[in-house]
Design a protein around this ligand. Sequence first.
Ligand code: PMP
Ligand code: GLN
Length: 378
Amino acid sequence: MRSKLPGDQASIFAEMTALAVKHDALNLSQGFPGFSPDPVLIDLVNQAMLDGHNQYAPPAGNLRLREKISELVANLRGKIYDPEHEINITVGASEALYVAITAFVHPGDEVILLKPAFDSYEPTVKLQGATPVTVQLEAPYLKIDWNAVANAITSKTRMIIINNPHNPSGMVFKDSDLKQLEELVRNTDILLLSDEVYEHMVFDGRIHQSAASFPGIAERALITASFGKTFHTTGWKMGYCLAPKELMREFRKVHQNLVFSVHHPTQIALAEYLEEPRHYSGLSDFYQQKRDTFLNALTQSRFTYIPAEGAYFQIMDYSAITDEPAVDFARRLTREHKLASIPVSVFNVDQRDDHLLRFCFAKAEKDLLEAAEILNSI
Ligand code: PMP
Ligand code: GLN
């Protein structure tokens, strides 16, 4: 059998969560909330099922939900996406990413990625017979070297993928980052894939700079978003994609053949739930508090860190403790200290090891305090 992804391993998220379960460890590895979603939202989904919304939704998604998304984006980003032609509901941001890459990237094309990078981008590029071109950021990955990105561009560059706020580093792009990117792609036919699943989680007064807000980027961008992240429902796999009409036309050809349409009752519920902006507008404060609860409890730890700027991940440097590779140390922490994390090296070029672990702080306060106590003791 000829593998299409020779050398690719099983997902680190699945591995570390399974290891956490096996060793009965606190699981701050895979990024998912350790608390329940709003019961109001759960009731809305139940009600939608009772009301009979149990058959296929339109392939683009329930129209009212697309209208609500359009309003949200217009209010927050200052750009109007036409619900009819420029918004598509997807099976999580994961499907949106897969479809966006598949619809536009051809064999022989090059796609630029900033590393460390979320694990699905690179294999999806390879599955198209295209080449991922990686630009490694310097630890702790809070600054982008746009000259290095410029140097990676060739006549074969079809797409640049960005992720803002950034997983795993927690970096939030600055206005100047987007402006430099806008300059880079001016007068080219390079497309942008902007993965913005943590858009509502930015801290210390920062503002999320969406690709939608920069005209020279938005005209060529596919933007991915996740209701799983925003509404603490990662298991529902609900997301969406925004793109200009001519790009969305191609996106829909792939989406239609991949899944046709997405879980219908949840779409009805989300449309209703989005009527109330406070359901997402308080998220930055909510997660900043969790970050601070976790970090303030690290009173005597030898782990060092710069507080995350956004998303729900905190990177920690353990080089004062051991020089073990991050993968080994993360496994040992899980086995011996009952605390699971993600070794950041797996997201880097050639698994470059900067001795960093990623901890997800989307957890109940008691778990964050317990995790901090464990880290203090190491
Ligand atoms: N992009 C990033 C950066 C993520 O962290 C995640 C979380 N899994 C996704 C995309 C996928 O989102 P979803 O769970 O909505 O498919
Ligand atoms: N996005 C989540 C993380 O970074 C997990 C996604 C997954 O399990 N595929 O941890």
